[in-house]
Design a protein around this ligand. Sequence first.
Ligand code: 4FX
Length: 246
Amino acid sequence: MRIDVVSLFPDFVRQCAAVGVVGRAQQRELLQVETWNPRDYSSDRHRSVDSSSYGGGPGMVMMIEPLRAALAAMRDAAPEPAHVIYLSPQGARLTQGRVEALAKLPRIALLCGRYEGVDERLLAHEVDEELSIGDYVLSGGELAAAVIIDAVGRLQDGALNDAQSAEQDSFSDGLLDCPHYARPVQDALGTVPAVLLSGDHAAIARWRLKQSLGRTWLRRPDLLSQRVLDAKSRALLDEFRREHAS
Ligand SMILES: COc1ccccc1CNc1ccc(C(N)=O)cn1
């Protein structure tokens, strides 16, 4: 998968994508991240990329021309059409389901706004999808782009080795993840639940599903309401709720 990022701070984005699982995915050529700086495509000697907002008001707006030229250069750099995503507080909320769909695309481009955002005319003509990573405002779209690069990059085939497999992630089955424990078994902070030391894989899987269901019920009932529970899961959740009530 190729990800092109249009940003005034390309080094920041590249550094985010250079570490850990995503950095390794790039080294393994499972993922390619390229950056395009609109300032390199500004046409005036001041290398302007923003101007004041028509109609007045505080702050500046990113201008059409440098972004359009950067996007054109991005498109010319590889034959594959790119699905262009604009990161903004006005976008659709990002979910794991959308991440999984994006991870299957051959190429996406991430447009990072700064200042008060981008000229609406550029967005109307160049952007395929507007996404938000949450209901809060950042000083730029780069952190949101880094989130997408990480969430999508780690899902590329071969990016995670078996020990890290994505299947057991939170949200991968619509539930929150269960608790996890590392050595030592005994610690001043407490012990490890006995079932996890039992070697009984069926009992361990049952305990983990029960914990995931219980946690989701306690912390994110909204996720639970979106999920149809089979009889086994409903029984496990009832068991958890009875134990939680007592
Ligand atoms: C004032 O900033 C903007 C105003 C308009 C557009 C983009 C920006 C850049 N900032 C962003 C970007 C994304 C998110 C998010 N929630 O995904 C939050 N902030």
